[in-house]
Design a protein around this ligand. Structure first.
Ligand code: C5P
Length: 219
């Protein structure tokens, strides 16, 4: 079984994907990792992030094993890593190079320990539209910009970071605006996606709704 979970930042894609992966014995592919890995390769080799050709070359050299190794680096999940990922992910040559690596994972999905999985759950903005248009179940998880900004703001506070809610909200809205206008990775639901608005739902409610849709689809 292949499931895709698309949607804007802080809508709850990762949490839902991990819970569904556990329930159905699926390998979880967080596709943001491929861009974080390429961004980090650029930084480590002191290449300019504005060099789209170099980024494309790095993307062509990336293997799954290298990505897993890089994911243990302290900068992989940091804001430096996130920013680098965001820049390299905007190059269409980079996206094209990383397409097969993401798609091929579904041919023989395995867990981190190498044992076989029942399928894959892909998490990422273009997984239902570009990476896996033939997925069995596609979700598009969304929430109002205010709710997503509040979730991000709470995460920052938990990490002890000093931020203003209005600044976080402004960032979320600016990112939505940029995302909506990207041609190669559009922030829009696939035509056959199930749209889940999580604004007024907690994670368990979102999970229960998603499970109900999957069970219906599996009948
Ligand atoms: O989700 P995460 O924050 O790890 O994503 C890192 C960067 O990669 C983000 O800027 C995001 O927009 C980009 N990305 C993308 N396509 C995906 C997944 C992530 O362009 N399928």
């Amino acid at each position: 079984m292949i499931i895709t979970v698309d949607g804007p930042a802080a809508a709850g894609k990762g949490t839902l994907s991990q819970k569904l992966a556990d329930k159905y014995g699926l390998a979880y592919f967080d596709t943001g990792m491929v861009y974080r890995a390429v961004g980090l390769m650029m930084l480590k080799q002191t290449l300019e992030l504005s060099d789209a050709c170099a980024a494309q070359k790095m993307a062509g050299e990336l293997t799954f094993a290298t990505m897993m190794e890089l994911s243990r680096d302290k900068d992989f999940r940091s804001s430096i890593g996130g920013q680098a990922a965001s820049i390299v992910s905007s190059y269409s040559g980079v996206r094209a190079q990383l397409l097969d690596m993401q798609r091929n994972f579904a041919k023989n999905p395995t867990f981190a320990d190498g044992s076989p999985a029942n399928g894959v759950i892909y998490d990422g903005r273009d997984t239902g539209t570009v990476i896996c248009p033939h997925a069995d179940v596609k979700f598009f998880i969304t929430a109002s910009s205010e709710v997503r900004a509040k979730r991000r703001y709470d995460e920052f506070l938990q990490k002890g970071m000093n931020v203003l809610f209005d600044d976080v909200l402004r960032d979320v809205k600016a990112r939505d605006e940029r995302d909506a206008n990207r041609k190669d990775a559009p922030m829009k639901p696939a035509e056959d996606a199930i749209i889940l608005d999580t604004s007024d739902l907690n994670i368990d409610e979102v999970f229960q709704k998603a499970v109900a849709f999957i069970e219906e689809r599996l009948k």
